[in-house]
Design a protein around this ligand. Structure first.
Ligand code: CAA
Length: 307
């Protein structure tokens, strides 16, 4: 802590940048010391020559990119390295023409147990505010391709928020969701108070944020946070299978559907309806609309070309 407090005296380096870099360096060293060599994944992925991720594993399963958070010793808690790796993996998948959907998962024990508390502990207001702590995590929401969160184990704090940044959530039977930031003397800082409220309504979101209580997979489904619940061992395969189904459709139509549903989060009903109409009309400018409708009339399977 003393080194961090002294950081303001470093000539020419803004304090928040210096502190951020110290925190990152400490994190990197800790990760290097604690991560088994087999977990330092160097994977050949998609169109890239070779991509190296420290904290995620990436696998291409036909038309689905499966991205797995892989920081097991800290229950996949989210630090700067996780954010960088995750953003890169999602952007790579988004740019790959052979990929039509993305599945994001963790381990059976934890999807992600939140933001990294040990990384955050020494930070000051100006460190977080000037450094834009966790702003970059939102980048995954810019992907045009749908992201399915497959949540086994804990999805807490930033982990629950990360799952909610995805387009929909499938939960394993043992999943636990919660926003326990209140127990740490803070509040959710990556969308928990906003996305959870829009997803499950004020009363339940307020209860979860004010008590820090966890809910299980069945309750998450009942309140509309999770779309489906699957047995733990089947979860990822079921999510990938649904990803393959989505990937079989026109990529343009998939992206238009995603954009229209997401617009419902941002607008009034009438503006949302107008926006949906514009996108619907725009879909008639695509070759895939002609192909989809002529295939229906000709009683054959459509051959979409994503044009
Ligand atoms: N940050 C850093 N390390 C974490 C972590 C986190 N969020 N969650 C777990 N870990 C670490 C633990 O410190 C522990 O490491 P050590 O072995 O080095 O001590 C390891 O992961 C295993 O954790 P536990 O021993 O605690 O495992 P458990 O099974 O007894 O409990 C748990 C599991 C209930 C998830 C518990 O670890 C826990 O409560 N974690 C914190 C959850 C939390 O509060 N998340 C919110 C973070 S704040 C946030 O996310 C802000 C935001 O909105 C962006």
């Amino acid at each position: 802590m003393t080194a961090i407090c002294d950081a303001g005296s470093v000539k020419g380096v803004p304090r928040y940048k210096f502190v951020r870099s110290i925190v990152q360096q400490k994190e990197m060293i800790r990760n290097l010391l604690t991560t088994p060599v087999r977990n330092l994944s160097k994977v050949r992925f998609l169109n890239c020559e070779a991509s190296a991720y420290e904290t995620v594993l990436v696998e291409k399963r036909d038309k689905v990119a499966l991205i797995q958070l892989n920081r097991p010793k800290a229950l996949n808690s989210i630090n700067q390295q996780v954010i960088e790796d995750l953003n890169k993996a999602v952007l790579d998948a988004n740019a790959d023409n052979g990929i039509g959907a993305i599945v994001l998962t963790g381990s059976n024990r934890a999807f992600a147990a939140g933001a990294d508390i040990k990384m955050m502990e020494p930070l000051s207001f100006s460190d977080t505010y000037m450094g834009g702590l966790f702003n970059d995590l939102e980048n995954i929401t810019k992907a045009k391709k749908p992201i399915i969160a497959a949540v086994n184990g804990f999805a807490l704090g930033g982990g629950c928020e990360l799952a909610m940044m995805c387009d929909f959530i499938y939960a394993g039977e043992k999943a636990k969701f919660g926003q326990p930031e209140i127990t740490l003397g803070v509040l959710p800082g990556a969308g928990g108070t906003q996305r959870l409220t829009r997803s499950v309504g004020k009363s339940k979101a307020m209860e979860m944020c004010l008590t820090g209580n966890f809910i299980d997979a069945q309750e998450a489904k009942q309140i509309g946070l999770a779309a489906q619940v699957f047995p733990v061992d089947e979860l990822v395969d079921r999510a990938v299978a649904v990803g393959q189904k989505i990937a079989s459709f026109s990529k343009v139509a998939v992206a238009l559907n995603k954009e229209a549903v997401n617009a419902a989060y941002e607008t009034t009903l009438q503006l949302g309806l107008d926006y949906e109409k514009r996108l619907f009309y725009a879909s008639f400018a695509t070759k895939d609309q002609k192909e989809g409708m002529s295939a229906f009339r000709e009683k054959r399977k459509p051959q979409f070309t994503d044009e």
